[in-house]
Design a protein around this ligand. Sequence first.
Ligand code: IPD
Length: 281
Amino acid sequence: MSEPSTKELLNVAVKAVRTAGKHALSNRVRRNEVIMRDTHDVKLALDVECQKIATAVIADFFPEHKVLGEEDTTVTTQQKALHDNQNRAKNESSQNQDYEWIIDPIDGTVNFSHGMRQWCCSIAVRRQNRILAGAVYGPELDELYTATADGPAMLNGETIKVSACSELKDAIVCTGMDKNVTPEIPPFALFRAIAGNTQKARIMGSAALDLCHVARGEVDAYFETGIYIWDVAAAGLVIEQAGGQTAVMRNLPDARLMYMASNGRIHDALTELINTAAAND
Ligand code: IPD
């Protein structure tokens, strides 16, 4: 059987994000149907439904492909991510041959649950540890970001580019509040360092959308102390194809990533700022 092209993979990712995103949008009145509440997090019935919907779209086209999704009805997110990472490491040679779809059905769930508009559905597909295509759809903002590994980054079909900002002091840097605070990487110390050395630090609440806003050039960088692969897989490709740079700064024990992405021009300066602040705290 011939391999799908990146364009074919992207078309399916777009269909899946649109279908899942529209389901969440048309069911906004059910945004308080909570299935799990944590101090800084919430899981909604719609998270699970949207992941099922996206998975079904993908399975229609590629029934043999694997799926790694944020939501799972039987184990917690962290357990699932850990389990998947352990399995991946064990079976690296065989798994590397496989296509794997990475789904965040509602990124910015807390925003969504409050009726804020900054949330999205994010889907990427990778093979041999390389992201081949990704789509991020923010239904309430009417923003569809797309990219393939061999094509341009786009917003609603128009090519986008990262900003030209070359100095930290002129930059807007978005960040997020890690759900699980890691003592050795204190998010507030890093937030303080970023806020004190840039024009503005912002926390908007949907990492995938924030990253796409870096790709589109209205934000200059994104950093988070602990984030998951499904938050960054699609949007990271969008940034790279828009001319920016991404980096996993640390792999944390529970499958979280200390992650940074930027327009490229301020990448080294921001990396140094973060590393210095983390070392000095
Ligand atoms: C979260 C959001 C948030 C970021 C968290 C993510 P979720 O994703 O992207 O902005 O700070 O680290 O986990 O849980 O809403 O899909």
